[in-house]
Design a protein around this ligand. Sequence first.
Ligand SMILES: Cc1ncc(COP(=O)(O)O)c(C=O)c1O
Length: 470
Amino acid sequence: MLLYENLAHEFTTLIGEGRLRPGDRLPSVRRLAQQRKLSISTVIQALRTLESHGVVEARPQSGYYVRGRSARILEAPAITTAPAPVDVGVNSRLLGVLRANEMPGMVPFGSALPASELLLAPRLSRLYASIARKHPELLTNGSCSELSDAPFVKAIVRRSLEWGYPIAAEELVATNSCTEAIMLCLRAVTQPGDTVAVESPTYFVMLQLLESLGLRALEIPTHPLTGVSLAALELATRDGQVAACLFIPNGANPLGAIIPDETKQAIAELLALRKVALIEDDIYGDVCFASERPRPIHAFDKSGNTMLCSSFSKTVSPALRIGFVAGGRRSAQIALQKTLMSGKTSSLTQQVIAELLETRGFDVHLRTLRRRFSDQVARSRDAIARYFPAETRVTDPQGGFVLWLELPPAIDATALHRKAVAAGIAFVPGEMFSASGQYRNFIRLACGHPWSEQIDGALKRLGGLTHSSC
Ligand SMILES: Cc1ncc(COP(=O)(O)O)c(C=O)c1O
């Protein structure tokens, strides 16, 4: 074991044996370095490892604390053999679920959307009005060749300086959302019938995209804290059957996992070596809970094989439909797909985002959002521990605002969904997150809304329905 792994292991043992309890403060970095005769960077690496495993949390200006374990933690999947690709057929089943979830008056545990009061509507309306006044040409001009406007590109490149390795202006294409960015990448690197590796469980829209392009899904076992299994990925990509990977390395939906840096580096190298394209969805990168923003895999990939997709749907507003892709060496193919699919992304919206990102207030907004999401997730976990059957296991997300619950095996989550919808409560049944019919007794709960008595009451009712379905 390396020195930092030794130290991390020692603390994991102390916590596991209950000698350090939730809420206990760990000694400071300096003190640990002195006590153990280690370098500061080794101690920091050990603490970050513990943090990325969800064992401790960093509190700004205060230090590292043992995290609470109010609900039973979801267990890691076993990796036995290489997974096999399957056809995808989720679209028709999903439509009914999403429709039911969006009926008026539903308690909003369905869609992974932040509550509108957490977003920036007044700011946005002022920006739209002032930019349209200053640049009326943005309301009418179009372009077939210049897809991304210079201020937007500059603002994204500047922000990416904080992600470990800057995006190059030339590789950036502005898109109408993260979903469109992913679609463009899939179209650029796959043919119908190809196989795409995805996390398991994965965000259902990934499966819908594969289905609509006639692609097969290969589900890679994924750890609830550290993300996609490198060992399983190594097995799955040995024989050339995988054309591309589509992963959410930071704050994955639905697990909330963050792939540790060393694994990100290894994934970048493995896929570049085996010529498997990597599409990375980093939409939750800015709303992960650790003190430092996690890097995307793109930051570890010097080969241009990684396509980084993101949008402002979780941080600014899902209504703006604006995102981007940094396409690496495939940016020209992606730009062509963009021109063919939807033409240029609104210049007015590109300009609004560019101005918003350049204000100092934007970082304050992100910090507030992270705090709110982390609080909402923590309170929901506590309520689940109170109201749901004792065998229920739940994730401990490192970012984002969704929870993934494993209910007792007897429960059929789709039947539970029907009952919950009748009681005015939305969620997404686990089956929708798998192309191979896994997760029948799992559900995803979105926690995008501030904690309230209504949310608490709805979790209590949902817990009651779960008890009576056992
Ligand atoms: C992982 C992930 N990617 C993409 C999206 C959708 O983003 P957009 O609204 O920009 O298409 C979501 C929304 O839930 C998501 O969870």
